[in-house]
Design a protein around this ligand. Structure first.
Ligand SMILES: Cc1ncc(COP(=O)(O)O)c(C=O)c1O
Length: 446
């Protein structure tokens, strides 16, 4: 097949995800190569990738030979073997390494293909735990409005942000219950921290009491939430939620699919909080996006009652992505990229904060190498800027050689560059972001 030299259009046989036909009519950029924090398209354009592949897995950047070699070597050694009644060395080793770096008592692991499957599997394990404890009625799961936990089966019930994705697939398995998110900039209760007494967390208890505490198997949430654009809850939030779980015998699933592997300046974002999850989910940065992998970790206590895990994926515990995970973690640790995420992440955040004087910039926030600009039409009321203005700015940035993205609720930009990014590349990106904001303001007559 000849390499394409132009945009993809409706004549292509390929189906894209979340891409309206109108966008395909305009032509879709074909990315053909990556190197460090840069990607190149088939028309000869070069971009700084400020979102690590847009869905943000590429922690180590593009073209990492050592990682690619580890994947090749594993393929030659053992390309595949089943997770059913057999084990393989990379999966055993990766589980052991993860036991050493995941939060506290998380100690047992199973491997899937992506984050959605990891979420699905964590929910299944939670259900298994209750079932084997003789507690068979716990079918409800509490998530939060604005959450994103993937697109699969029962996992999609927790989808609180890309609402059409959930609606189209309804009716779903019953049992989805939503609480408000800890969105301090636009508090759903119109309160201000710390006077709010963290009502967004405390109200979870009231919701559960109303719904029936004995019917809940799990509460799921990201430690720092993507949906509205990188929301780090106050330090009291997760301990309060943990207390509610303990009160009612509900398991706490912390979804580290984006946050894990250094994204927030710690190996796992749970470490920013004084909380012990019962289960955690991981994906994305675990292999730096080079091959697909999702993972679930749980405590010994969760696994203890489970006689058999009634679950099977052909590609579960797959040796090749597990080898990629082992190499990725080795490189993250050796090159101190988690520390770089914290230190350069602070530089990134401070640089973005300099944009707060712009009239459409509402709040800049972030943790480690994961930051956001929440836009507004009115700094007093904090009413969101229409998504159209944000997509205009994203298109402008692309024209200028910078790839950025909208947070799912479509009122903020989210930035999550490869953790190998350097100061000069961040400075180049800032210059473009500022130009795009200024141009949009001008066009809005501000
Ligand atoms: C927090 C969280 N959980 C789960 C998922 C689903 O992961 P995947 O897209 O790999 O299926 C995502 C995807 O962005 C996510 O952000």
């Amino acid at each position: 097949m000849d390499a394409p030299t132009r945009k993809m259009d409706q004549s292509s046989h390929l189906i894209l995800h979340l891409t309206p036909k109108a966008e395909i009519d305009k032509g879709i950029t074909v990315i053909s190569r990556g190197e460090g924090v840069h990607v190149f398209d088939t028309e000869g354009n070069k971009y700084i990738d400020l979102v690590a592949g847009v869905t943000r897995p590429v922690h180590l950047g593009y073209g990492h030979k050592e990682l690619a070699q580890a994947i090749y070597d594993q393929m030659m050694e053992l390309a595949y073997f089943t997770p059913l009644m057999f084990a393989n060395e990379p999966a055993i080793k990766l589980a052991e390494v993860l036991a050493g770096i995941t939060p506290g008592a998380i100690n047992r692991f199973t491997f899937e293909c992506d984050g959605s499957e990891a979420v699905e599997t964590a929910m299944k394990l939670a259900k298994h735990y209750h079932y084997f404890n003789g507690d068979r009625g716990r079918y409800k799961v509490l998530s939060r409005k604005g959450a994103y936990h993937g697109v699969n089966g029962i996992g999609v019930r927790a989808l609180g942000s890309v609402v059409p994705m959930r609606h189209m697939m309804e009716p779903l398995a019953p049992g989805s219950v939503f609480a408000e998110s800890p969105y301090c900039y636009r508090c759903p209760y119109d309160l201000t921290y710390p006077d709010c007494d963290i009502v967004c967390a405390r109200n979870i208890q009231r919701i559960i009491e109303f719904e029936g505490p004995d019917l809940f198997s799990a509460i799921i949430g990201e430690p720092i939430q993507q949906g509205f654009g990188v929301l780090a809850p106050p330090k009291e939030y997760w301990p309060i939620v943990r207390g509610i779980c303990d009160k009612f015998g509900i398991l706490l699933i912390i979804d580290e699919v984006i946050c894990g592997f250094g994204r927030t300046g710690k190996m796992f974002a749970t470490e920013h909080y004084d909380v012990q999850p019962d289960l955690i989910t991981m994906a994305k940065g675990i292999t730096s996006g080079y091959v697909p992998l999702g993972a679930v970790g749980c405590t010994d206590e969760v696994l203890k009652p489970i006689e058999v895990f009634n679950h099977l994926h052909t590609y579960g515990n797959h040796p090749v992505p597990c080898a990629a995970g082992l190499k990725t973690i080795e490189i993250l640790e050796r090159e101190k990229l988690v520390e770089a995420s914290e230190n350069l992440g602070n530089y990134f955040l401070e640089g973005l904060q300099e944009l707060e004087h712009h009239s459409i910039v509402g709040e800049v926030r972030g943790t480690g190498m994961w930051t956001a600009i929440d836009f507004t039409v009115d700094k007093k009321t904090r009413a969101p800027l229409p998504a159209e203005n944000l997509t205009n700015m994203i298109a402008r940035a692309k024209q200028k050689g910078l790839i950025i993205k909208l947070a799912p609720v479509r009122q903020a930009f989210e930035f999550a560059p490869p953790l190998i990014i350097q100061k000069e590349e961040i400075d180049q990106a800032f210059k473009i972001i500022e130009e795009c904001i200024a141009e949009e303001e001008k066009e809005m007559g501000l």
